[in-house]
Write a protein that binds this ligand. Structure first.
Ligand code: NAD
Ligand code: G3P
Length: 346
């Protein structure tokens, strides 16, 4: 081996990635990266020291996706400093409603030049902010950021099933960088600068999935499901475009793609909550029965405020918020919607 080759070998520095949140998607994203690039070291930052130990010693996340072995280059820690030290990218997979507190806790440890790639889908209760607004607000500074979204069930990513997502960033170079970082024979990554469109679609599709679940739980049939999802697509388009989203985004992977997946895919947590609501279960009992997040439950109320702010009528998405608040039963919501004035399509 020549001196140059030795120097080059020594110069090969493995890329460090930290993942915030050791839930199902943080775990899936860690694996998607680690499997594809053996020279990557991926560190999951999580809260449970026992899960941490299981990941480091047995390569299993014993709380989420516990049926899968994790690659050896996925490790875990509960230490903010240990997780973030040397990281060139930070994947943010903490549920939206817990993101502000989490980001505030790492603000002084995360270097301001490390890009945050948020995979969290939702709108912050209280502020109504998207993650692209929560991140700088919580950190108290601008931070390079991108948003990865699209039809992507964690379990199917773990199963190496073909998946397509969108990397959205105002910084085209960062979006392209992430396209290279994540792309693999199992994962296609489109890029866009339409951050608002990708975020709004990702957040609202969870609310629509709750409605789809309710229709399923009430056993209203295929006609009703198709009509509901089409109406919901229109409502998401109306609001997204009022907020500046590109039509291509709404009809693309993070819009129509994720709507189809989440409204029709039985792996969806949001859809599953809707099914149980339609079957008559109380929301509190449904949420207490799972350690997984259904982001649409919190986002629904924010959508009502956005509809008011942007002066757009969203009957289906608003009805979901009313059912979740206990103001309407699932059956009453269907009745209300079916008896709205007949309209011209737009
Ligand atoms: N699971 C998927 O298929 C999938 C796919 C794409 C995007 N997402 C999005 O990823 C984000 C993360 O969700 P998930 O599905 O990985 O989570 P999950 O439902 O698998 O688990 C919830 C996670 O949130 C963490 N958490 C709960 N309370 C917390 C707190 N107070 N502070 C910090 N962390 C807390 C839990 O420890 C756990 O890691 C969500 O916004 C979700 O919409 C999920
Ligand atoms: O399980 P859900 O409903 O949170 O959906 C997961 C992903 O967002 C699907 O793209």
């Amino acid at each position: 081996m020549t001196v140059t080759m030795i120097i080059c070998t020594i110069c090969i520095v493995s890329v460090q990635v930290v993942v915030f949140g050791g839930g199902s998607f943080g775990t899936a994203m860690a694996c998607a990266l680690a499997r594809q690039k053996g020279d990557l070291n991926v560190t999951l930052l999580l809260r449970d020291p026992y899960v941490c130990k299981d990941i480091n010693e047995r390569h299993v996340n014993t709380r989420y996706l516990k049926e899968y072995m994790l690659p050896n280059n996925v490790t875990a820690t509960t230490s903010f400093v240990e997780a973030i030290q040397g990281a060139q990218y930070a994947i943010h997979a903490v549920p939206v409603q817990h993101s502000r507190t989490f980001l505030q806790s790492i603000a002084d440890i995360l270097p301001p030049d490390v890009p945050i790639i948020s995979v969290s889908k939702g709108l912050e209760v209280g502020s109504g902010k998207m993650m692209s607004e929560v991140i700088p607000s919580a950190l108290g500074r601008k931070q390079p950021a991108a948003f990865l979204s699209g039809p992507s069930f964690a379990k199917e990513i773990m199963d190496l099933r073909p998946t397509g997502v969108v990397a959205a960033s105002k910084d085209k170079n960062l979006a392209r960088e992430l396209q290279s970082l994540f792309a693999s024979p199992y994962l296609r990554v489109n890029t866009t600068t339409d951050v608002t469109g990708v975020e709004i679609c990702g957040a609202l599709k969870n609310v629509l999935a709750l409605a789809a679940g309710i229709v399923e739980g009430l056993d209203l049939g295929h006609n009703a499901m198709a009509a509901l999802v089409a109406q919901g697509c229109a409502e998401i388009r109306w609001l997204a475009e009022k907020m500046g989203a590109k039509p291509a985004t709404v009809s693309g992977l993070s819009g129509l793609g994720d709507i189809m997946l989440t409204c029709y895919g039985s792996l969806s947590r949001n859809r599953s909550v809707g099914v149980r609501l339609g079957q008559g279960e109380a929301l509190a009992d449904i949420l207490a029965s799972s350690n997984q997040v259904a982001e649409g439950v919190s986002t629904a109320g924010v959508v009502v405020s956005l509809a008011r702010t942007y002066r757009v009528s969203l009957p289906v998405l608003t009805a979901v918020a009313q059912v979740l608040a206990g103001a309407l039963s699932p059956k009453e919501a269907v009745y209300e919607i079916m008896n709205l004035p007949q309209i011209e399509e737009h």
